[in-house]
Ligand binder design. Structure first.
Ligand SMILES: Cc1cc2nc3c(=O)[nH]c(=O)nc-3n(C[C@H](O)[C@H](O)[C@H](O)COP(=O)(O)OP(=O)(O)OC[C@H]3O[C@@H](n4cnc5c(N)ncnc54)[C@H](O)[C@@H]3O)c2cc1C
Ligand code: FES
Length: 259
């Protein structure tokens, strides 16, 4: 059950000039609404703005008296800029945990693939699978890289790609996904979050090796509760699904990648 809470910011760190890491005290939100890694919170970003902004849960933890939840977001526009300027000690209005998350088992072993600001939810997946999974993460350049030490601590293996070759493999993550699956395709699933083009290429690579793949779709959102169609995503069977209500995670074979 989704809940709405005033949540206190208890720590804040700029990871690079665009990305902010926040830890929030969220009352009993994790205890009451955690379903799986890959869920998101919907945060009211400013008094004047009508719409909430969806941000993926990076990691979360049940605690007393308040559960803890961390998010990482990039400043893109008015809403995220407002949020980035909130000081430690201030409270924000958070609705969550929303969405379905990745279908995973704690005893499973997964190939986790994150691109840019799609990397944070992979951290939750890594922790949930207890250090057995492999992470493949991609960034535009070395100075945009986030969460690498944390992923090293929570995964059996971490492979890195950058678009400009300034760190790790020079190129896109799907090449590393193919390389990894050629060596070892005994993963329960490939789980991916990032730009749509990346998701499409990762889904294709997983399909080539016969490994199931789930993708987290990041469409723009309006109402966040399935009432406005802003977040509609085209499905392979011709239907349209709401990313906010039916997703954000879908089986990659469900999605129409050609639109
Ligand atoms: C399920 C979900 C999870 C998300 N998780 C994260 C996260 O963990 N970290 C993070 O940094 N961002 C995440 N996002 C994206 C984030 O919600 C947007 O960046 C944010 O809403 C932008 O709000 P704004 O008011 O700052 O910018 P706006 O003024 O609303 O927009 C600024 C620019 O960003 C573009 N934009 C806005 N939303 C999106 C989107 N969803 N996809 C692509 N382009 C968009 C706009 O078209 C515009 O060009 C997520 C989105 C979804 C749907
Ligand atoms: S955001 Fe309104 S239907 Fe999903």
């Amino acid at each position: 059950m989704k809940v709405e809470r005033k949540c206190k910011i208890i720590s804040k760190e700029w990871l690079n000039p665009d990305a902010v890491f926040l830890v929030l005290e969220v009352g009993d939100m994790v205890r009451t609404s955690f379903r799986a890694p890959g869920q998101f919170v919907h945060i009211k970003c400013g008094d004047g703005l009508l719409l909430r902004r969806p941000i993926s849960v990076c990691s979360c933890m049940e605690d007393k008296p308040d559960d803890l939840l961390s998010i990482i977001f990039e400043v893109r526009g008015e809403g995220t800029e407002w949020l980035a300027n909130r000081p430690v000690g201030h409270s924000v209005d958070v609705l969550g945990l929303a969405g379905n998350g990745f279908s995973m088992k704690p005893e499973g072993r997964y190939l986790l693939v994150g691109g840019g600001i799609g990397v944070p939810p992979m951290m939750g997946c890594a922790q949930y699978s207890g250090g057995k999974s492999t992470a493949i993460v991609g960034f535009r350049s070395k100075d945009k890289a986030i969460l690498l030490p944390q992923l090293e601590d929570s995964c059996a293996k971490v492979l890195i790609a950058t678009d400009d070759g300034s760190l790790g493999y020079h190129g896109f993550v799907d090449a590393l996904v193919r390389q990894e699956l050629a060596e070892d395709s005994h993963y329960d699933a490939v789980l991916a979050c990032g730009p749509k083009l990346m998701l499409r290429n990762v889904a294709k690579a997983a399909e080539e090796f016969g490994v199931p793949c789930q993708v987290s779709m990041e469409e723009r959102m309006g109402c966040g509760v399935g009432a406005c169609l802003v977040c509609a995503c085209d499905m392979a069977d011709g239907s349209r699904k709401h990313v906010c209500k039916d997703g954000p995670v879908f089986d990659s074979k469900e999605v129409d990648w050609d639109v």
